[in-house]
Design a protein around this ligand. Structure first.
Ligand code: PEP
Length: 250
């Protein structure tokens, strides 16, 4: 199980330090659950220091597909490694919607992240109109196939997939446990097809979309739901810790 908090564009440096320290205290020692926090770039270094000595790892919310060069405003995988990042979220629906992220750019980033020994958390998920049209499986299949194209099972670091139905992110609407389980089973099949039984069965598939302390246990208890990518609730150390405990209880 993995529970990762996506702080999005929230917290300045002071608030990020405070939240990271509060998360360390509230989460405490964990058993059987990996925990990560993903603050804004400018706070990665400080948050890495704040969680140092705990089991909590740090991730970034995006990266550029090149290692260095004339890409004003961009941050590369080696830079993320240099400030202690273990994970990087790639292809979040907000990056797709507001910043022109495509499956092809996600794929380029996945390869670079793996080469830099970062663990990519690759986000996929359908829009409401896709689900209403009953094509959610096709949409997610295409995103995953293109996003993970030419990724071989010989990666040096690891890989995480996050299923985040766009209509459930930040809306208070959650996929029902049945909807989540069905899609996670579909994603599992795709991962097994690409990477084989041994590896495909062990890749964490996170659910994301309005996960809260009150619904986490039910979602996490479902087949192939290996934890959560948490947005809004990750900004409260108590709520985030409660979600981690829900994962531990599964
Ligand atoms: C997210 O941003 O990845 C997310 C799941 O957000 P929320 O939990 O707020 O829906």
């Amino acid at each position: 199980m993995l529970v990762a908090g996506n702080w999005k564009m929230n917290t300045d440096l002071t608030a990020a330090r405070q939240l990271a320290s509060a998360v360390v205290s509230a989460v405490g020692a964990t058993s059987g659950v990996d925990v990560a926090v993903c603050p804004p770039y400018v706070s990665l270094d400080a948050v890495f220091s704040a969680v140092h000595g705990s089991t909590i790892r740090v991730g970034a919310q995006d990266m550029h597909a090149e290692d260095s060069g004339a890409f004003t405003g961009a941050i590369s995988a080696p830079m993320l490694r240099s400030v202690g990042c273990h994970y990087v979220i790639l292809g979040h629906s907000e990056r797709r919607e507001y910043f022109g992220e495509t499956d092809a750019s996600v794929n380029a980033k996945v390869h670079k992240a793996i080469a830099a020994k970062l663990v990519p958390i690759v986000c996929v998920g359908e829009r409401l109109e896709d689900r209403d049209a009953g094509v959610q499986n096709d949409v997610v299949s295409a995103q995953l196939k293109k996003g993970l194209e030419d990724v071989s099972s010989a990666w040096p670091s690891g890989l995480v997939v996050a299923y985040e139905p766009v209509w459930a992110i930040g809306t208070g609407r959650t996929a029902s446990p049945e909807q989540a389980e069905a899609m996670h089973g579909h994603i599992r099949g795709l991962l097994v097809d690409q990477f084989g039984e041994e590896i495909g069965r062990h890749i964490f598939i996170l659910y994301g979309g309005s996960v809260k302390p009150g619904n986490a246990a039910e979602l996490f208890s479902r087949n192939d739901v290996d934890g959560g990518l948490i947005g809004g609730a990750a900004l409260s150390a108590e709520d985030f810790a409660a979600i981690v405990r829900a994962a531990e209880g599964v």
